[in-house]
Design a protein around this ligand. Sequence first.
Ligand SMILES: [Zn+2]
Length: 46
Amino acid sequence: MKCSICGKEIETTFLGKIKGNYYKEDGKLIPLCNSCFKEKFGKKEQ
Ligand SMILES: [Zn+2]
């Protein structure tokens, strides 16, 4: 699974779940790595 923005490989767990994030666009799930997700959505560090 690759990040749709930077193209970096996103790690997956042994269950096949990605360690990044998804967001929904036009009804499709788009995979993003954590850093791109933060940049895109401006998620604040706690
Ligand atoms: Zn990325």
